[in-house]
Design a binder for this molecule. Structure first.
Ligand code: BTN
Length: 274
């Protein structure tokens, strides 16, 4: 396993990400880079067990073979995608504010992608997906290491330079990559550094002034006013989405009244994701 301190220079030249730049220009203090890894989140959770580990730690993989998503979801990382996990202290943001953390990470990734695709329509699909022109461009998986409070692991997968044009129609109708949207390659170091900068800034804002961030989530919210069904841990809640509450809960107006969801998987019936 390579950590920045003991990386071979070969690795620095071959990977398309300039790891020295990432460490010098961001709040990340340690980088654990792998050419191939099952899951960057699993690796970050493993690091969380080590008391001596320096954080914020960035786990980065050129290729991820068993990327995990929420619930049964998998995250495929093909060459050119950006796949990373951050192990970092979330002091001042209690774990029961997970929906707020998800939305805040989503907001940071939306804004980072917007820098590279200023004409695209970026949105957060509650609670943790990032959509570009109505298709999924990035997924977020946040996990809390059981023995390392107040640390959290924030895993992010972005379809960046991995074109999806060779995939079947079903994949292409639901997912998009940055390169296909803007028709040019992005510099992955720039993209990663921009994501990390926004993450740092917005997590600090959530810590210091949580009410100030609510309008920003709302400005990027994809589902407002749409007919949705939320699979909330077995409960199916169907109705019209009425926005997001300040605690990050999704508001759904159902025939029997308003329901607040703090987690779950949403089907957006207006896009017919059935
Ligand atoms: C989802 O779509 O449900 C979330 C996908 C999250 C994927 C990222 S890729 C980096 C990190 N490592 C993982 O195993 N998963 C997350």
């Amino acid at each position: 396993m390579d950590r920045l301190g003991c990386l071979e220079s070969r690795a620095l030249h071959v990977t398309s990400i300039d790891l020295h730049r990432v460490r010098d220009e961001t709040f990340v203090r340690e980088i654990d880079f792998h050419w191939e890894l099952a899951s960057t989140n699993d690796q970050a959770l493993k690091w969380a067990e080590e008391e001596s580990i320096v954080t914020p730690l960035l786990v980065l993989a050129d290729k991820q073979t068993q990327g995990r998503g929420r619930g049964p979801n998998r995250w495929l990382s093909s060459p050119g995608s950006l796949t990373f996990s951050l192990l970092l202290p979330l002091d001042g943001i209690p774990a029961d504010r997970l929906p707020q953390i998800s939305l805040t990470v989503g907001l940071a990734i939306c804004q980072a992608l917007e820098t590279f695709a200023p004409l695209a329509d970026l949105a957060i699909k509650w609670p943790n997906d990032v959509y570009l022109n109505e298709k999924k461009a990035a997924g977020i998986l946040i996990e809390m290491p059981p023995r390392r409070p107040p640390h959290g692991v924030i895993g992010v997968g972005i379809n960046a330079n991995n074109s999806l044009t060779d995939y079947d129609a079903d994949v292409q109708s639901k997912s998009v990559s940055l390169i296909d949207a803007i028709e040019q390659e992005v510099d992955l170091s720039d993209l990663l550094i921009t994501c990390l900068d926004h993450l740092d800034r917005y997590l600090n804002l959530l810590r210091e002034n949580p009410t100030a961030i609510v309008d920003q989530w709302r400005a990027y919210h994809l589902l407002e006013g749409r007919q949705v069904e939320v699979d909330a841990y077995g409960d199916r809640i169907r109705g019209v989405c009425d926005g997001i509450d300040p605690d990050g809960a999704l508001r759904v107006v159902t025939p029997s009244g308003l329901q607040r969801c703090i987690g779950g998987i949403v089907t957006d019936f207006e896009r017919r994701e059935l």
